[in-house]
Design a protein around this ligand. Structure first.
Ligand SMILES: NC(=O)c1ccc[n+]([C@@H]2O[C@H](COP(=O)([O-])OP(=O)(O)OC[C@H]3O[C@@H](n4cnc5c(N)ncnc54)[C@H](OP(=O)(O)O)[C@@H]3O)[C@@H](O)[C@H]2O)c1
Length: 378
């Protein structure tokens, strides 16, 4: 297994980290512990030395499961990372209470990495208000936390602000060949690495979208490539090609995936892709881009909508459904907009958005089409 330096920490970590958010499950939804234990221990025996979990994964059972994995000497072979559910904080007291609960679930007295989970503009303010940074400082000085960090889902400007606000050891960002300019993106990766943070990558396969239900043109592109690689390997290789990446988390739910990803991470060294290989990935991106239906750039000039319709978000969901050939995830997300009264069905065709849209999108008509595709009875 290839190892890389985790930023300015003293840790050498395996390039592949095990994301314990998508473990195999039984028909009742519980973790299939026998299968999952065999998979995670196979990974550790193959050199994986970083396990990522969080308070909420598998309804809170992922941390307990990781506590079982690290028994019988496996704890000495891995770094354990878990995350504080910032959205559950209501007062400074909650930081310690949640952390102690997590230690208990994991059956440990300290964790190697502790991250504020899924920070964005609002949750960052909440974390500051609830004195999460003071908590991290204190727990770190007592040796209860080895390295501190945050995981992130918002735009680049917010990312830079958070990076600059605290002496973090690590950050965790969404990064894959389709998200080079999304959220923190490539610019955020380089920025954090330049400041000495270890950068942990999540969603390297875009949560599975870069491997499942591929458009036929993309299947053909990969099939005709001079080097035969699976779509997963192409996607991992692109991420690993960036020397600023310290570690790539993969959420694996089958042993064959663990075996394949372990093999991939041995050869996925920095700057190892040739120009021809990078061109092939660029073509894959173009194939996806051609499937975009509404040319919304998310500039948000159309907002606020007088009816509170979440216009750019609806177009993002609609485009993603076409790009990745599946409406399932988008339908769930659209359901959240319906619950909040922000769905396209609220549009009264006032047309204010259309006068403001710099892309001249036929917003009213496009919203109607998206609503038709996503509403529950569709
Ligand atoms: N902090 C945060 O806010 C946050 C957010 C998201 C994720 N994470 C962490 O980051 C980890 C990685 O993210 P992710 O799980 O979204 O990663 P991902 O690798 O982008 O997607 C995981 C999916 O890829 C598929 N997969 C993995 N290896 C494969 C292979 N070799 N061939 C075909 N399919 C393969 C799996 O499909 P199957 O289901 O078919 O097995 C799985 O559902 C998570 O597990 C979690 O620990 C953190």
């Amino acid at each position: 297994m290839q190892t890389r330096q985790m930023g300015n920490t003293k840790n050498e970590v395996s390039l592949l980290g095990f994301g314990c958010m998508r473990l195999p499950t039984l028909p009742d939804g519980a973790i299939d512990e026998e299968t999952a234990l065999a998979m995670v221990r196979y990974a550790i025996d193959s050199g994986v030395n970083y396990l990522d979990t969080a308070y909420t994964y598998h309804g809170g059972k992922s941390e307990e499961f990781v506590g079982k994995v690290i028994q019988n000497g496996y704890g000495e072979k891995v770094h354990i990372a878990t995350k504080m559910p910032v959205w559950l904080l209501e007062s400074p007291r909650d930081c310690e209470r949640l952390f102690n609960e997590q230690l208990k679930r994991l059956g440990v007295e300290r964790v190697d990495y502790y991250l504020l989970h899924a920070l964005g503009r609002d949750s960052w303010h909440k974390a500051v208000q609830c004195e999460a940074l003071e908590f991290l400082e204190n727990a770190h000085s007592k040796g209860l936390i080895g390295n501190v960090g945050f995981s992130f889902h918002d735009d680049l400007a917010v990312f830079r602000d958070i990076v600059d606000a605290y002496p973090w050891d690590v950050c965790q960002i969404q990064f894959n060949y389709m998200d080079e300019c999304y959220q923190a993106g490539l610019a955020g990766l380089k920025y954090a690495a330049s400041k000495g943070l270890g950068v942990i990558i999540m969603e390297p396969l875009r949560g599975g979208r870069l491997v499942n239900n591929l458009p036929p043109e993309l299947e053909e592109l990969f099939a005709d490539a001079p080097i035969q690689r699976t779509p997963a390997e192409w996607a991992f290789r692109w991420v690993a090609n960036h020397p600023e990446v310290s570690l790539i988390l993969s959420g694996m739910s089958r042993l064959e995936e663990v075996e394949e990803n372990v093999r991939t991470m041995v050869r996925a060294t920095p700057n190892s892709l040739t120009k021809k290989e990078l061109d092939l990935i660029r073509k894959a991106k173009e194939i996806y881009a051609q499937r975009v239906k509404v040319l919304c750039t998310n500039c948000k000039y159309c907002l606020p909508c007088p009816q509170d319709v979440a216009i750019p978000r609806i177009f993002e969901l609609y485009n993603e459904a076409h790009i990745y050939n599946s409406f399932d995830g988008g339908r769930w997300q659209y359901g959240q907009l319906l619950k909040r009264g922000q769905d396209a069905g609220r549009c009264v065709a006032c047309g204010q958005c259309e006068t403001l849209c710099p892309q001249n999108i036929a917003i009213i008509e496009s919203l109607e089409v998206a609503h038709g595709a996503f509403r529950p009875e569709a």
